[in-house]
Design a binder for this molecule. Sequence first.
Ligand code: DGT
Ligand code: CA
Ligand code: CA
Ligand code: ZN
Length: 578
Amino acid sequence: MELSNQLIAASFDEIADLLELAGDNPFKIRAYRRAAEAVRSLDEPVGEVLRHDQSAIPGIGDALRSKIWEMESAGRMEYLERLRTEIPAAIVVLTRVPGIGPKTAWRLYESLGIEDVASLLAAARAERIREIPGFGAKTEANIIRAIQSMQSAGGRKPLYMALPLAEQIVNELLEVSGVEHAGAGGSIRRRRDTIGDIDIIAATYDTRRLMERFASLDVFQEITSMGPSRASAVTRSQIRCDLWAVPPESYWTGLHHVTGSKDHHVRVRGIAGKMGLLINERGVFRDSDGQAITIESEDAIYSLLGMSYIAPELREDRGEVQAALAGTLPAIIDGHSIRGDLHLHTSWSDGGASIDDMARAAQAIGYDYIAITDHSRSLGVAHGLSTERVLQQIDEVRKANARVGGIRILAGAEVDILKDGSLDFPDEILERLDVVVASIHSGFRQDRDTITGRIVAAMHSPHVDILGHPTGRLLARRPGYEVDIDTVIREAARTGTALEINSYPDRLDLCDEHARAARDAGVMISVNTDSHACEELSNIQYGVWVARRAWLEPRHVVNAMNYDELIEWLHTHKAAQD
Ligand code: DGT
Ligand code: CA
Ligand code: CA
Ligand code: ZN
């Protein structure tokens, strides 16, 4: 679709939205909506169509035409801008809660001064909404329920759905002439496991050209707002995307701002304040004379404040600012730290590749070792191996080791933790394996004590090296089984069992906070992909991001060890057990 049409249609829609919130005449509102639709459906620029024939578009008369000319010449509609200032942001925000229309929003705003969803929830809980005539306990209950369901759906998307889109958008914007830098910020850059929306920042003096290209990108279904330096859109996959345009000299402070997190900013800006500096998205300024300090990298912001550089994954106000000031930031792992993968499936159970293919693929990405860990016998759906088959597989792994050079292949299994807490293979089998991952794949609905008890019992086996995907969560699908993670971490420490960060993009289990707690308790972590095909080996990056967010250094990670260290660890780590 023609770009200026996109902009004009979005503006008409926004006018209609704002008129609706203002309680304006329904006919007028409908006229704007219809005009938006008509403009959107044109193949040629609306201006050209109208210059050719004033009445070519039904529903677009004098008033709307003049707004189109205004947009063409000035890039703005004064009427829209006036409406934006007349309608309080509170009304826009409150009407997003299901069940709250403009009338209710105005009354909440005017009678109780409620301006956002958080204070609305607080007022409902404090039973203050029933003080407004005509509102009662039932309204409060409905509001609480609506907000809770809004928040639990949360609209958050797993990182793996948003990251490739963000990269694609950035790459396309980098092609726009005049754009000097572009990057993704927000929770995407911090590599949170789920993201609320995509934030993109781009540096250019030619904002108009940037905005036009952004609005015409194919990934978007709809442009929801467009201004001189900010735009918002929704992708076809229903992910919101914010664009921030800045002049090139503000790029690094802009990127820092957009990266967040908000809590990290509060901490950093507090330090700056004490030094007589003001930091915002536009730059760093001296309090004394307002003079801007030239900033040519993000690093420069931190060093100006006497801090070492803080990686985006750490910017969550979890102690990183204090550590950066003290020079005690952890040397967190990166992709190069990983020397092998200890949780892999092959066509012996439910994987797609042979042992040799998996080994060659791992060798090609530079690994020193892998462990083949197919499913155990009870997992029928995944063609779990019988005891005879697993013995055969151990033989086969030894032979593959001789066939495939340049990498060591360990014989392992992902053994099921059964409903009674026993393991799916007898000790005589387990003791022959080099690596044992134990996981829960059944009985998800058992209560918390039962599930925790199963896991603890498994970790007390001298043969279990790693607890696989410890909480069983599937992002955006199910929350995971009930498990007392504190007990699991404590018992992992006591028994010398490693906990997994499963890198499968919709698992990421352990999550960052649990992995950090495990690290702090002295538990080793294994970052594994649980690959069922060779291409999935590259998922390791998702696990590495979780590990970085958990402050893990190479010394905390089992598969950051070299082969000899790993073998040594496998022989000794359970010895600490009482
Ligand atoms: P999300 O989208 O919920 O996964 O999380 P973020 O961190 O991407 O948050 P978002 O998209 O609301 O805002 C993007 C960045 O903008 C955020 O990381 C920091 C900055 N930011 C947003 N609101 C504020 C604020 O009130 N104060 C400050 N200092 N920065 C903010
Ligand atoms: Ca965001
Ligand atoms: Ca945002
Ligand atoms: Zn597995």
